[in-house]
Design a protein around this ligand. Structure first.
Ligand code: 2M8
Length: 438
């Protein structure tokens, strides 16, 4: 990539992010996703921190303002208007205990936030210090991680439990198929599908999936967002969610150091989460996987979520995962970007959302892991491919894993933000705590 190509791509990404900015937060995509999404906002700040650090701080602060009394950071913070289903009328969050003043969903998404907050600070330490950004973010992040520890783990395991496929961020991944099949579907008639106005039908979950999504969400809402995980229709330990949490716990230790708080507890917690991730190693398939807490069984599916434990330093099965990434299941060398599902599995579908297409956030997450492993050539390869695919496809939501054709909606914020991040040279401030954990 020439310096001019890189500069043009960075400018285009910045323009897109500015156009999706709504004054306090960035929408993932103007038509398909017209509200604030939890992990999207975290990914987005990895891009906006470079040229609009004050907006990146505001984006996270807006999300933290929607935190529930129990510490959860909601999957969606609704804005007025916008044609999206389920909307605020589905959740009626004001009727649920401990919900904030603003309308939100009751579900959550992977905890990218502490990691994002540290990165936002590092991009503009002076502005961050002047605004007291970390001092304000830390208590919110602490309560969020405490919520996860106390409400989203099962005794004896410690991995993060999701109670809805939407909480994984990889909604129709085959990891959830068996648990989803248990949910009875009465009818798929009259299901609102405004999403189909913005992406092809074959690129989105099916009506049957949606009927189940609504049934699981309604059960959770009607249980008043219960923490009795075993009583819920859907509850699985998620390897991607847990690996991201471990990474964020490590960032929380650094944040604590920056502001003179106790970092040792986060270092300990990070080690516990690393152990919890190891508990999700599935030796039958040679990959990390999800565990259904109802059956206690690990799911026999290799997916991109099962590769994300590479983010955990000192991972026991790191070498096997790297081989898997390069081997016939994920074909890192010949695919446009790593696919979301095992190329060899019967469920693989090159067009359908999280069942095969390649996603920019997955590629970026793997790039972070590879950078930690000093595999800089591979990081550069990912950066170059992301740049070319993003620019050629008008910042698509995801791409065909073989030929890179754009799929889903376009002008998608995290595609722009994470491409921008990889194209921007940064000095990462690895402080003592981080080194101690490594
Ligand atoms: C997708 O999920 C939403 C529900 O949260 C949907 O399908 O309507 C996923 O790709 C998720 O990871 C993402 O956060 C969200 C917004 O971009 O869209």
């Amino acid at each position: 990539m020439t310096p001019q190509e890189t500069e043009d791509a960075r400018r285009a990404a910045e323009r897109l992010l500015a156009s999706n900015w709504r004054g306090t937060h960035t929408v993932p995509a103007a038509g398909l996703y017209p509200h604030q999404w939890s992990w999207d906002s975290a990914f987005i700040t990895f891009g906006t921190r470079h040229s609009r650090p004050a907006d990146a701080r505001l984006e996270l602060a807006t999300l933290f303002d929607a935190q529930w009394a129990d510490g959860r950071i909601p999957q969606i913070v609704y804005s007025p208007g916008g044609d999206y289903s389920p909307g605020p009328e589905f959740w009626q969050s004001s009727r649920l205990d401990g919900a904030p003043g603003v309308a939100t969903a009751a579900l959550i998404q992977p905890p990218m936030h502490a990691w994002a907050a540290l990165a936002v600070h590092e991009a503009d330490p002076e502005g961050s210090r002047e605004s007291g950004f970390l001092e304000k973010a830390y208590p919110a992040l602490l309560r969020w991680h405490e919520y996860l520890s106390s409400r989203r783990t099962v005794a004896g395991h410690g991995a993060g439990v999701i109670v809805h496929p939407w909480e994984s961020g990889v909604d129709n991944s085959p990891l959830w198929d068996a648990a989803m099949a248990r949910i009875e579907v009465v009818s798929t008639a009259s299901l609102p599908r405004p999403d189909l106005a913005h992406a092809g039908e074959g690129e989105r979950p099916t009506d049957r999936d949606y009927a189940r999504y609504f049934a699981i969400a309604a059960a959770y809402r009607d249980s008043h967002a219960s923490d009795d995980l075993a009583s819920l229709p859907f509850a699985l330990e998620d390897p991607g969610f847990t690996a991201i949490w471990a990474r964020s716990e490590r960032a929380l230790a650094s944040i604590a150091d920056h502001i003179g708080e106790d970092s040792a507890r986060h270092v300990r917690r990070q080690a516990e989460l690393a152990t919890a991730v190891e508990g999700l190693w599935n030796s039958r398939i040679g990959c990390y996987s999800a565990r259904d807490i109802r059956s206690g069984e690990l799911v026999d599916k290799r997916t991109a979520s099962g590769l994300l434990p590479l983010l955990v330093p000192g991972l026991l099965h790191g070498p096997e995962l790297l081989q898997l990434l390069w081997g016939p299941s994920f074909e890192f060398r010949t695919t446009a970007l790593p696919p979301s599902n095992d190329l060899l599995d019967a469920t693989f579908d090159r067009a359908s959302y999280w069942r095969g297409p390649a996603w920019f956030n997955t590629a970026w997450l793997l790039a972070q892991a590879l950078r930690d492993l000093d595999r800089h050539e591979e990081v550069a390869m990912i950066a170059e491919r992301m740049m070319r695919l993003a620019v050629a496809g008008d910042f698509p939501e995801y791409v065909d894993p073989f030929d890179g054709s754009p799929r889903g909606t376009r002008a998608f914020s995290w595609t722009a933000a994470l491409t921008l991040d990889l194209l921007t040279p940064t000095t990462i401030d690895h402080n003592d705590t981080t080194e101690a954990i490594r």
